[in-house]
Design a protein around this ligand. Sequence first.
Ligand code: AMP
Length: 314
Amino acid sequence: MTIQHQILQKIKEYKTIIIHRHVNPDPDALGSQVGLQKLLQLNFPEKTVKATGYDEPSLTWLAQMDDVSDQDYENSLVIVCDTANTARIDDKRYPNGSFLIKIDHHPNDDVYGDLAWVDTNSSSTCELISLFALDNHLKMDAYIAKLLYAGITSDTGRFLYPATTARTLQVASQLREYPFDFATLARKMDSFSYKVAKLQGYVYDHLELDENGAARVIITQDLLKAHQLTDAETADIVATPGRIEDVKLWGIFVEQESGHFRVRLRSKFIPINEVAKNHHGGGHPLASGANSYTLEENEEIFQELKELAKKQRK
Ligand code: AMP
């Protein structure tokens, strides 16, 4: 029996299903979580299917969470989407169900769950949920298609990053058959607020770039406050340095209210996830996240990035 069939069988067995995703959700996390929720609600209307976690204010236009009580977890099936490691699962009640399933496309460094569908060749978790729906001939509707399409376009940088495969495009094409407002969604995902535009300018102005293509920018709490920006809104500038031809890999160091730095690492072709793993993080070879607890650690991370870029040049 394929993993997909095993998952479908488990879904059929349970009356209550609770779906989680990672903290700091992006459209792939939310799209896969709520896309799967709506898919199960549509195909199994007799079941209670809920999505849990906090509502990320910058993404409530896409999807919103439910109220999930502790009692809901009794005899429930819990599915965690798009989350590589347990530390990053939003809503720590995920072990409280009777059976736990992981569906993800990140490297499986933290193996958890009674059943796991992890496909690192997939562009996004939304691509996996789409395949799950299409391969099993589940009913879909325009909202589900929109959620899944949003996640795929977000995680592939609108079909730009190397993780975009023929299968990604085939799946996206099938989703586009549904009558969601594609133009509005595309516009929404391509635009940012005026204050984020100012931050874009800051990133270009203050980017440190070495001779081998390693770059970084530091975004302090003072800067965020001056621009009235939240940490979540910095998502719109993470890809910005990559638009510069000379940049090969880069880090965006965002100071958190607690004082430590969330470091968002990106690369065009040189794997950087080992750097993330060295500094309390992880992720994909070309897109990962780390945490830095001192200014010295910030420098160490940038140094490691510089060394990777230098090695590649040789
Ligand atoms: P981000 O920069 O937060 O968009 O994260 C990029 C990728 O790295 C995502 O796929 C995350 O799942 C992963 N990632 C980010 N932070 C961490 C972390 N602390 N631990 C493990 N993976 C992470």
